[in-house]
Design a protein around this ligand. Sequence first.
Ligand SMILES: [Zn+2]
Length: 125
Amino acid sequence: MAKCNTASAHEVARIINLKTGTALLIRSDRKILRRNLVSGQWLTFKKIKEGVSIEAFIAHHLNKPNAHWVPLKRGMIPSFEAISRMESNGIAEATDGCEHIEPDGTCIHGMPAWTEVALRHGFAG
Ligand SMILES: [Zn+2]
């Protein structure tokens, strides 16, 4: 598990891709952490490449047309327990917050259900 903040680095931003459910945390030491959907822990993913500023990296993602990256807000990602409940109840929530959709479906905005995202992530992050 990687820390969001260390003695020498702090968290700069958290972003999420609503289409894939991938959540990234960008740190001031240029390290990118990726959130594991099952454990809820942030794991070291990769590093922002040389010559690209942290700000540019974030802006590039958020401004990319039709890429569906948005700032990640607290509470946006359901716990693994909540996702399991959606699966067993047969009523799920989409990554953009739309409710009452099929566990293997998408909302009217085309965003997948969290249950679908968890499947795609293979429960491995
Ligand atoms: Zn929606």
